[in-house]
Design a protein around this ligand. Sequence first.
Ligand code: PEP
Length: 276
Amino acid sequence: MSQTMLESYIEKMVRQAVTSSLSNQLVTNEKIKPIVVANWKMNMNLDSISEFVYDFSKTNVPVDVVICPPAPYLYVLNGWQIKLNALFSIGAQNVHSESKGAFTGDVSAEQLVDVGCEYVIIGHSERRAIGETNSFIHQKVKHALNTGLIPILCVGESEEERKQQKTNVVVEEQILSALQNIQDISRVIIAYEPVWAIGTGQSAAPEQAQEVHHFIRSVLSKHFGVTAGRTPILYGGSAKPENAKEFSAMADINGLLVGGASLKAGDFSKIIQAFC
Ligand code: PEP
């Protein structure tokens, strides 16, 4: 190798090392306090909620826990939350993008705050499946943030999209459209929920999820700067006591969004312990 070739080779190597260390710095997952979220979907009633809360009150909860019951039980759970000294926070499963008006069957962010909600799930695949578009999801995220709620933005690819190797494209598009024109994402939580893993008993492999979480962090980093290193990115899709520890060991998995396995306090507690 000639002197000039050697010099340009070294220069290239140094440039690559600097670029890669810079981009690693940007996507660094800073110490993020784990969050475990229960999505009860359209399950539970007054009796089973009392039973759940009684059992759950014995749980050691060193991480942030959010419980998202069906809307009619938000206020009931708020009562329990106060009695149990804020052992958990409360989240809603959905919200409208307007503050009030003729939207039969919908609930506004202001009403959610009124009954003690701090979080709200937005863009769950079960709602996307019944017609929620990226643009409606964007309006909801914006409104939730303006009202003081913390949005838990769900993103994830279908089985078909994964087969066609479109996971990153789909997830990036869902994130960028939901967060467009939002300058400060420091109060946003992302939940990566591959549609094929939700409620199927077939979770993503922890390494498979980590790969997408790392990609999500790099997208956030590229578009929203250094705060991306502090964005909690949760995994959701058939998480259970048996696999929670493996997910918790992944660098960019900062917690779980749990459906089926959050209905029994015992199982949910075991999942929480995996993040201690
Ligand atoms: C969900 O619906 O958000 C979810 C993760 O469900 P499950 O844990 O039952 O797959």
